[in-house]
Each structure stands twice: as structure tokens, then as C-alpha cells.
Design a protein around this ligand. Structure first.
Ligand code: GN1
Ligand code: MG
Length: 365
């Protein structure tokens, strides 16, 4: 443990005396440490937040504080243990939600949840069901949360905003690649109107805006030793948006039979079994909260978010690979093709997806 890390840790209102500080995992965005304390005092998670991805860390921490305090109250009211079934933000000794070090980096801390288990991949229907339950529970706990949240990443799943960026990227043609992408660009343009039509349902209020997690991968759900869901973690991107976005993005990742960047499109497709399992877990928690319009568009949300991902990967390729990290020169184009294939598979199986949602929702309403 470096003296510098120890200094940063001592800025926070931790109980007990610090024994050790250990690096945890290999996050792509933040740097994460566990602060071990002596005796009975709890341990803590200490994170350096990436200020390039999150231009307004104070606003982000304020979002996280509001949401976690609400969930803690809900868990306590239902007789659960808020220290295990919710995240707990630990302020600094001065009462701030973050500490700024000498280099201007932002640090924040939460309570460490002892004995929790996480998974890297949802490769069974059982885990997909649990993943759906974890995100469904998170949204259900926030169904009565009415405080506004800051928009920490502008227009994140707003397809109108994405199309404005897209039109600009085509016009700029920064990497000189537009000329070779006629088929991929036509794929996007053929779907422009139907995606904007969905967005209009949100703009008119037919589809409500709620609280979304915005990074619904299985690794962001904590389980206890018996496999029960504890809580959703990594709340950095929590914002106000349609709940459907979290469902759609989860299906895009959980229910793909191949990899997000699979070079072999034949391996990519939507697994209806995984789709059903995630929908069962999710709707077991959320079916009574959602409006009929939301239920009617759950299956479409998977197409919407997957379409957006095709657009974002292709746009980054057109821009010359400035947003996503790439491992080889055409990586963003390979990602584009793999996500195109996934979207086509969803389009082919759309009637079956809708039938599954109807069936599962009816069972839980
Ligand atoms: C980024 O790296 P990760 O999984 O946190 C991106 C998501 C994309 C995803 C695609 C803040 O998420 O929106 O869907 O890559 N997050 C941000 O792999 O842009
Ligand atoms: Mg993330």
C-alpha cells in the first residue's frame, strides 16, 4: 500500500484502522481498491473515478447518493439488511461525497459487502433469470423515486441525438471510410424512421421515463453465497430514462449466442431461451410496476438498443476509432457486423419474442 493511497483512504469517514489496501479487478474505466480494516470494522471499496468518461463526478456522486439512500430505506422498510442489499456511499470526514487528490483525480468510497459473489458471463438460463431479477428488483425499488437525476452522459440512449452525431460523422468522413461502407450505411438508414418512431413514444410520454442503471451486465449484480440477488452495483451511469433501455441492453448482451465482436457472424444470434429466462427474472420483479405500453415494447427495446449499438460502432469506425478501445485495425467494423447479425436475428424472431413477453407478463400480473 502506497503512502499516497493511505492518505487518500484516510480522507474518508471509515470505521476502524486501516490494515491494508488491495487492488481489485481490472476495470476498464475506474481503478478500484479494497480497504481492509482491523478487527470488527467493515472493509470498504475505494475508487478513482475516470474523469474523462464522467465529466461531472460531483453530479454523478450526487445521483448515486440519492439512489442508494432511497434503496436503503426500501430495504430497511421491508426488513432486509441495507448494508448487504444496497450500496452505501461513505462520505469524507468533511462530509463530501468524493475526495479530490493533489493531481485533481476524484475518489469515492462505498461499504464493502462481505462474502458477495459476482459472475463474468451469463452462460446459463439460470443466471440470465437471476440477472433479470437483479435489474428488475433495482428498478422496482426505485419505482417511487421522484427526485430528478443529473444527465451525466448526454443523450446516452437517445436515438435522435445519436442520429445527429451520425449525420455529422458522415458529413465529416474523418477517416475517409464512408465510400467503402455503402451496405452498412444503408442498413442504418433503412431503420431510421422506425427507431425515431419509438423515440417519439418517449417524447410524447406514452413511454414513461424512470430510473435506469445503464450498464446491466451480469458482473454488475452481487449475489450472496446461496445465489440470491443482493443488489446492483456500479451505479456510475444511473440516470433518468425509459426502463426499457436497461431491458434492451441486457438482452443484447445476455441473449447473444456469440460474442459482441464475433468475427464469425454464423455464431451470432438471439437465443430465445435466454431471452425468456431474462424476461422471467425481470418481470417477476417489475410486471406490476410497468405500464401496458412498456410491456408492449419490451421486445422492441432489444432491437432499439442493438440498433443503437450498430450505429455507435459504425460511427466510431467512420470517425477513425476515437471512442471505443480497439484491439486490431478493423475491430469496430467487425463489431458492427456482429451486432448487425444480432439485430437481424431479433427481427427474424420478433413475433416469438413478443409472444414470450405476453406470456411471461400475464403470469406475473
Ligand atoms: C461501453 O465498457 P462498458 O461495458 O462499460 C459503453 C456501453 C456500450 C459497451 C459496448 C459509457 O460499456 O454503452 O454498450 O461499451 N459505455 C459507455 O461494449 O459508453
Ligand atoms: Mg461500465
Amino acid at each position: 500500500m502506497t503512502a499516497q493511497l493511505r492518505d487518500i483512504a484516510s480522507a474518508f469517514a471509515f470505521d476502524g484502522t486501516i490494515d491494508a489496501i488491495e487492488a481489485l479487478g481490472e476495470g476498464f474505466i475506474n481503478d478500484t481498491f479494497v480497504v481492509r480494516t482491523a478487527g470488527d470494522a467493515p472493509d470498504y471499496i475505494l475508487q478513482r473515478k475516470n474523469r474523462h468518461v464522467f465529466p461531472d463526478v460531483p453530479a454523478m456522486m450526487e445521483n448515486i447518493r440519492k439512489v442508494t439512500e432511497h434503496i436503503r430505506r426500501r430495504v430497511a422498510a421491508e426488513g432486509g439488511d441495507p448494508n448487504r442489499e444496497a450500496m452505501t456511499v461513505i462520505p469524507t470526514r468533511d462530509g463530501a461525497l468524493y475526495h479530490r487528490d493533489e493531481a485533481g483525480e476524484y475518489w469515492a468510497a462505498t461499504r464493502f459487502i462481505e462474502g458477495a459473489v459476482t459472475y463474468d458471463r451469463a452462460d446459463t438460463e439460470e443466471l440470465a433469470r437471476k440477472g433479470g431479477e437483479g435489474i428488475g428488483r433495482f428498478q422496482a425499488q426505485l419505482a417511487d423515486f421522484t427526485e430528478p437525476l443529473a444527465e451525466t452522459i448526454r443523450g446516452f440512449h437517445d436515438i435522435r441525438h445519436r442520429f445527429a452525431q451520425w449525420d455529422e460523422a458522415l458529413r465529416r468522413d474523418a477517416a475517409g471510410r464512408v465510400g467503402s461502407l455503402a451496405a452498412e450505411i444503408a442498413f442504418i438508414e433503412a431503420r431510421r424512421e422506425e427507431m425515431l418512431a419509438f423515440k417519439r413514444l418517449v417524447e410524447e410520454g406514452t413511454i414513461p421515463v424512470r430510473v435506469t442503471h445503464n450498464d446491466t451486465k451480469i458482473a454488475n449484480i452481487l449475489f450472496d453465497g446461496e445465489g440470491r440477488v443482493l443488489c446492483a452495483i456500479d451505479l456510475d451511469t444511473v440516470m433518468n430514462a425509459p426502463a426499457l433501455n436497461d431491458f434492451g441492453d441486457a438482452i443484447r448482451t445476455f441473449a447473444n449466442t456469440g460474442a459482441e465482436d464475433d468475427p464469425e457472424p454464423g455464431r451470432v444470434g438471439l437465443s430465445l431461451g435466454m431471452f425468456r429466462a431474462y424476461a422471467e427474472g425481470y418481470l417477476s420483479q417489475q410486471a406490476r410496476q410497468l405500464t401496458q405500453a412498456e410491456i408492449d415494447h419490451l421486445a422492441f427495446s432489444a432491437r432499439y438498443i442493438t440498433f443503437e449499438q450498430v450505429l455507435r460502432f459504425l460511427m466510431d469506425y467512420i470517425d477513425g476509432d476515437t471512442y471505443y478501445k480497439i484491439r486490431y485495425p478493423d475491430h469496430n467494423l467487425v463489431r458492427t457486423h456482429a451486432q448487425q447479425r444480432l439485430l437481424e436475428s431479433m427481427e427474424e424472431q420478433y413475433d416469438a419474442m413478443r409472444a414470450i413477453v405476453r406470456e411471461v407478463a400475464a403470469a406475473y400480473r
